[in-house]
Every structure is written in C-alpha cells, then in structure tokens.
Design a binder for this molecule. Structure first.
Ligand code: ADP
Length: 445
C-alpha cells in the first residue's frame, strides 16, 4: 500500500515538537511492515540552509515544478526530493518564495493563508506524483490543522478520489480565521456548505473542515479520543464532531458510538533515534546492561556542566505553552520549604511563560536552572542525565517525552491524562498524579 503523509514538520529536517517526531518516525515503522510511505512538507528557508550545511548527511535535489492559482495570481511551486537519513524513504519538499519560505508568519489569518496555500500545493502535487514518479498514493495521511484542508481540496478542486486520514495531534489548535481564505482557494459557498459554520459564522475552522471531509479521523491515544468527547462541550469544534457523527450514522444507517468518529491509536517513538546506546549527543552511551553506570556518569557530567551539586535531579522539557502545566510545576516547587533537589527546565514558547520560568529560576540559583530555547542536544543530555522528568500537562494528547525518558531510564512523573495515562503504568514505569491534586494547586491550597 502507498501512503503519502503530509504535515507542517518532519524530524530531522524540521521539528517543533512531537508532530515532527511522529512524521519522521511513522514512515520508517510503516516501511518495516511492507508499506510504501512517503512524506511531503514545506521547504522552509531554514531547512534549505541546513541542507546547504550538510546537517542531515543527505542531499536534496530539485525534481520538478508546477504552478497553482492562489487568489489573483499564479504561484510557482518547486519540488525537491531527499531521503530520511539511513533509509530509502523519500521525503518531498514543496517550495514557494511568498508562502513557503518562512515557517511562522505573524497574524492568525496569515497562518491560515499559508497553510491553505500548502494544502492546495499538496493536493496538486498528488497528480504530479502519479504522472512523474509513477507512484499513486492509496491513502493520504494529513496531520493537524496545517494540512486539514487537503481532503476538501482534493474532493472539490483537484477531483481525485483517494481516501484520506486526518490525525488530530492537538484539538486546541484548529486554525480559526477569516473566511476570506475561500476566495484565495477559489472555493465557492455552494460547493462547500459546511465552511460557513465556524463560530462566528464569518470564520473558517480549518480543522473542523478536515473532520468533516476526511474519510477517517484518528487521534494519538485512546484516552485522548475519549477526552475529546468528554471535555470539549461548548468548544467550536463540537459542531464538526457532531456533524461527522450524523453523517456517519446516515451512511451506516445505525447508531454509531464515538469509536467510529475518532479512532485513538497510541504514538510510538523511533528507537534508532531515541536510544542511549547509539545517541551521539549524550556524554556517555549506555544500554540495559550498564544503565546504572551510564546514568551515573551522564548525570555527573550534566551537573558539572551546569554547576549543580550532586542531588536527586528532575527536569522539564517541552514547549512553553499553557497546556504543558509549567504553572503547576512552579507553584508546587514554591510550596516546598528547603527542598534538596535540582530542577532543570528546558523549553521555549510563550514569552510570558518563558519570563515566569526565568524569574522562578533566579529565586533558587544553586538548585534550579532554566534554559530558554530549542536545543536538541541539551534535550538528549537531560534525558540521559536526570533521575526524573516531570510532565505536569493540563492535557496531553499523547506526549512522547515520557516514552523517550523511559528508554533512557529516567522516571516520568506525569499528570493522569491522555497518552500519559495510556503509556505510564503508575508505580511500575513511572508515576501518575490525579486531576484532584492539580486542582488543589490551582486553588492555591
Ligand atoms: P508536543 O508534541 O506537545 O510538543 P511531545 O511530548 O509529543 O510534545 O513531544 C515533544 C518533542 O519535542 C520531544 O521530542 C522533545 O524532546 C522535544 N522538545 C520540546 N521542547 C524542546 C526544546 N526546548 N529543546 C529540544 N527539544 C524539545
């Protein structure tokens, strides 16, 4: 079976968080069970520069181009091809100077326009692939709101009938913005009636459109699949979930349960990348046989590099977003008088959270370290050198850091939600804390 995965990111070429890990590792896993999976992502300037510096150890090659209508103009798309390092799995990059050079345009409508453009480019890339690479995808796998317009555009504009799967990695990012994007895509109201159903009605909800138009919808853990239906009451996305359920009932002629609306499949990680035995970023490599020495030596060098004393050492790694619960971590540590452990925080994101973390660290100069920024090398060193990793997320669709931590013999302490609940067995391979405790902290007890 041929599968074309599309997303905003794919490690190691371009990665913001877990979605990048997912898109970088799933094709390899599919390949191992005999499926032909390939990936297409935008060719951002930064990726181009890293290719030029030979960062990935593989080269990219321009293999073609085509043009698409977008708004008033015609835009040229360049097609580049490379392979995931040490594999023969192709990855394609689509380039365009105006819309696909920079990854983070400011302003929510600019982002909607950028990813509508990318979705249009991917949809037109499909017939190009069939003709020029003699490779016909039998499934198109879209991920998150960035690529959630692909099913709609394939049906209504490119008019190709290929099944689509939309995987939701985070339901809180929906791509809500002005309906004007429809004019850019040249999609008419009468063609696409559901589009005018965002809240307010002048708004498009890109993820919602994906939920309506994809053949199948999945998410990244069984518990999150349940939580979506329990916790999103009143959220604008509900309208689309309900519509999908009604449409399914119409087709199947019976009352279907929620399992038919969204399937929850737990993510995994790539042990060729996340493996202390071969990890070149860490101070000392180790495996199951010598992990006690390995952990001890890595911890020693990590603490020395950060001028911390030898104490039990906890870390936090993640995007600085409200979701990740750093507020809880800060509140909890502040409640402990004369604590005797190290805490190392690595992350970047929302400036107000970054500032709160830096202010917090400055209160405990001998025990807490905060590193603001994205640092792949440091993340690996923390996985290898810490005793515990704290994951206090308010919600976590899947979470990969707990899986990486376990592979590095670092014990996760996490809130009992989503994929954390599905992958951590309390008291066996980590610890889970319950919502009740978190709400106590919220009330300031
Ligand atoms: P999410 O997808 O919500 O970002 P996950 O737990 O699924 O969270 O995945 C996070 C991934 O991003 C992990 O590979 C983690 O190591 C990495 N990561 C997050 N923040 C940083 C950072 N500041 N520096 C390096 N790696 C990071």
């Amino acid at each position: 079976m041929n599968i074309l995965l599309t997303a905003h990111e794919a490690a190691p070429f371009y990665k913001w968080g877990g979605l990048g890990d997912f898109t970088g590792s799933l094709p390899k896993a599919l390949n191992k069970i005999g499926l032909d999976a390939r990936v297409v992502i935008p060719f951002y300037q930064i990726v181009r520069e890293e290719f030029n510096k030979n960062k990935f150890g593989v080269k990219e090659e321009k293999i073609g181009e085509f043009s698409i209508h977008f708004g008033q103009g015609r835009e040229q798309i360049g097609i580049y091809k490379s392979y995931f390092p040490k594999t023969n799995i192709p990855i394609y990059f689509l380039s365009n100077k105006v819309f696909l050079s920079y990854s983070g345009p400011r302003g929510r409508n600019k982002k909607i326009d950028q990813f509508a453009f990318f979705a249009l480019a991917v949809s037109h890339f499909v017939p190009w692939l069939i003709t020029n690479e003699s490779w016909k995808p039998q499934l198109i796998h879209c991920n998150d709101w960035h690529t959630a317009l692909v099913p709609l555009i394939l049906q209504k504009k490119v008019k190709i009938n290929i099944p689509t799967l939309l995987t939701i990695h985070n339901l809180n990012h929906q791509g809500r913005g002005s309906l004007k994007v429809l004019d850019l895509l040249d999609i008419k109201d009468e063609e696409v009636k559901t589009l005018r159903r965002g809240k307010p009605v002048t708004e498009i909800n890109v993820l919602g459109e994906g939920i309506m138009h994809a053949t199948e919808v999945s998410t990244v853990s069984p518990t999150y699949a349940k939580e979506i239906f329990e916790n999103y009451d009143g959220n604008p996305i509900c309208y689309f979930l309900d519509r999908r359920e009604k449409a399914l009932r119409g087709v199947q002629g019976s009352k279907q349960g929620q399992k038919d609306k969204i399937i929850g499949i737990l993510n995994g990680i790539d042990y060729e990348v996340w493996n202390p035995k071969v990890d070149k970023c860490i101070f000392h490599q180790y495996d199951e046989e010598n992990f006690e020495d390995g952990k001890k030596n890595n911890k020693e060098d990590l603490l020395k590099s950060l001028s911390l004393e030898d104490r039990p050492t906890f870390c936090f790694i993640g995007r600085m977003a409200n979701q990740k619960g750093i507020d809880l971590l800060i509140k909890a540590v502040k409640k402990i008088e004369n604590f005797d452990f190290n805490l190392i925080i690595l992350g970047s994101g929302r400036p107000s959270i970054e500032k709160a973390v830096v202010d917090f660290a400055s209160l405990y100069p001998t025990k807490v370290r905060a590193q603001i920024g994205y640092d792949e090398d440091m993340a690996h060193k923390l996985y290898a050198g810490c005793d515990f990793i704290i994951i206090p997320s308010h919600y976590e669709p899947c979470g990969l850091i707990q899986m990486v931590a376990m592979k590095y013999a670092t014990i996760p302490i996490a809130s009992k939600t989503g994929g954390l609940k599905d992958s951590i067995s309390d008291g066996k391979n980590g610890f889970l804390f319950e919502k009740k405790i978190r709400s106590l902290f919220d009330k300031g007890y």
